[in-house]
Design a protein around this ligand. Sequence first.
Ligand code: UGA
Length: 450
Amino acid sequence: MMVRVSATVENVSVIGTGYLGATHAACMAELGFNVVGVDIDPEKITSLSAGDLPFHEPGLPELIRKHVTGGKLRFTTNLDEVGAWADVHFIAVGTPQVRGGTGADMTYVDTATTDLARAITKDALIVGKSTVPVGTAARLADLIAETKHPEVNLSLAWNPEFLREGFAVEDTLTPDRLVIGTTNTHDEDTLRSVYAEALDRDTPWISTDYQTAELVKVAANAFLATKISFINAFAEVTETVGGDITTLADAIGHDTRIGRKFLNAGVGFGGGCLPKDIRALQTRVAELGLDHSMRFLDEVDQINLRRRKKTVALAFDTLDQDVIGKKIAVLGITFKPLSDDVRDSPGLDVAARLFNAGADVAIYDPQGNHNAAKRYPRITYNDTLNEAVTGAELVILTTEWDEFKTLTPEDLNHKVTTRRIIDARNVLNPHHWENAGWTFTQLGRQSPHD
Ligand code: UGA
């Protein structure tokens, strides 16, 4: 990778070293900047400095170790130190769903921004990357102006992040677009120099105002969520009238205006972003008196949550409505493969519902067991697929890890007690399983084809 640092920007800080921040910090170091990641949690700083991450993200620990060892990247709890040093400060703290509500919890962003503004003693640009309700950047710009040292020139830009878990490094180093909300050309030029390498590759550069930049982020996630729920709503129809949702998705996906991506029907979407973002967006527009505009997102949410209930109902149907004491192997409880994230995970929700109904649930996930066990300590977690499926009366595939996608009936035939499987991600070949004597069920596929 070509290393290129502008004459003006050399030192970069990243406030918040969670998923977004740790990735951004490592990638900025990879681009050649001197980077300091800041977090309030000293334990996190110690483990990050050793390249130990509290989450699973392919390629990221290696990148962190490379730049910590090479001296380009370090971590600290000391905001004053970076305030006197960095040219650009990225804010990458979380905006989780507020406890007991649907809006975004802005405590971390607000605190990080004001603490940072207070600590900055050198002219700099603050760049917000967190996913926020529209109107936040303008509000923060006022807060910064009130809080900063009078002699320091400090301004704010908004630069949303579109990285996917599991592809975080790739998405950060080679983004498909860069969106920059600024109030002046000087700040835009600063960010052009930060992202010079991506611009050299002709990465689309969208320069806009704060509001548009904030909205682009939530609009993208709302669109993706809607696309998934759209196909899942049709799955509800094919489940009733007959038909094959996968063939339907393939057929409409050939229309390039529609596209095949994010049309995989199944147990639906989860994770730390899509569910909370569509809820926060509805809450925000309602505050603005526009609740009707995003009302459809409530339906998107409901369709999505119904898929989990449907999967549980299929388990009951498959077991003749009697799940008590029956061993059910649940394969995959992260919200998607290549992640250990179980936040709002459809698979974990299905497992917990069956467990609460009295089933003997045995979970196996290649990465997610430890996080799930923190939430549901009483469920059984197995270290191997083999242990989970041995003696099972039903197997449910809830996350499409490669290890599960490539499963064949021969792998399981002599381990399970009864040959029943629900493929809640529609990734297995129905004929192979039916031909091997399995009761095989998918979501939205009544007359499956190869
Ligand atoms: C999502 C967006 O894709 C990123 O662009 C965005 O930056 C990120 O949120 C964020 O806001 O930080 P991510 O949460 O990592 O990324 O996950 P996705 O790959 O979008 O998958 C979300 C969920 O949708 C998963 O549970 C997945 O299983 C499900 N999904 C995806 C389907 O059910 N069907 C599909 O066809 C595709």
